[in-house]
Design a protein around this ligand. Structure first.
Ligand code: 8X3
Length: 267
């Protein structure tokens, strides 16, 4: 997989040591990833943005007076993490925050009817992609003796629900991995956080239903779901608590959603 790197102007100094902070965000071209990129860029952080589609990344780069490096990389590629790390090292960058956001749900059928191709893409992205990137970036954080990893989990990683099967399994894996990664990394001054959202109105359901927009819209009818910005704000909060504070796990839900499969709808 070729790495296409591209850099914008300017470096913003914004923390107390007057050194720039840089966030690496995967899945940055849409939804929570894009909202997070915009939030951090708006607050003066430099960015390394990773996605399969470049258009939105280039828009972020053009819109904010911070350094934005954009990488056309699919995290499912086994070399993805190493390619990102190589780019970071070659360009003398320091990653203060890794947001492992790339992920998706594909399909919502019972286990005896689900498509194995859906399972493959979820396992490859939500689990293996997160691992490839983390495996390559964590040594850089260990070397610098600091860093923060925020994994995007889900309420689906806390509670199973009917037809959730492999999506549930990948997000339960993120939940477990987040805890285990923290145990491996905390003595190096590295924080590891999980953000576990409930229903967020993005392209999530459209992807889950293989492009069936009407079915996707129905998911969010009759209640107010979260939007991507709500989750980006939570990520921002977790990334900006004082250095001695670590948010281990943050579940963020719509007020109308009491549990994974319990949404109060008024239609
Ligand atoms: C997405 C939330 O409720 O569809 O991760 O599982 S849910």
């Amino acid at each position: 997989m070729p790495v296409t790197g591209s850099t914008a102007c300017c470096t913003t100094m914004n923390n107390s040591q007057n050194t720039p902070r840089t966030a690496l965000i995967t899945g940055a071209s849409s939804g929570i990833g894009l909202a997070t990129a915009e939030k951090f860029a708006g607050e003066g952080w430099n960015l390394v943005l990773v996605a399969r589609r470049m258009e939105k990344l280039l828009e972020v780069k053009a819109s904010y007076p911070v350094r934005v490096d954009v990488l056309n990389i699919d995290v499912r590629d086994r070399n993805a993490g190493n390619n990102i790390a190589d780019y970071i090292k070659t360009n003398g960058l320091r990653i203060d925050l890794l947001v492992n956001n790339a992920g998706l749900a594909s399909g919502l059928e019972p286990v005896h009817q689900a498509l194995v191709d859906d399972w493959e893409v979820m396992i490859d992205t939500n689990l293996k992609g997160l691992l490839y990137v983390s495996r390559a970036i964590t040594p850089l954080m260990v070397e610098q003796g600091a860093g923060h990893i925020i994994n995007l989990g889900s309420i689906a990683g806390k509670e199973a629900y009917p037809n959730g099967n492999v999506y549930n399994a990948t997000k339960f894996a993120v939940d477990g991995l987040t805890k285990a990664m923290r145990m491996d990394l905390y003595t190096f001054g590295i924080r590891v956080t999980q953000i576990a959202p409930g229903a967020v109105e993005t392209a999530f359901s459209e992807v889950r239903f293989h492009g069936d927009i009407n079915r996707a819209k129905n998911v969010y009818k009759g209640f107010k779901p979260l939007d991507a910005k709500d989750v980006a704000d939570a990520i921002w909060y977790c990334a900006n608590v004082p250095p001695h504070v670590s948010i281990h796990d943050l579940v963020i839900m719509p007020t109308a959603q009491a549990a994974a499969a319990m949404i109060h709808k008024v239609i």
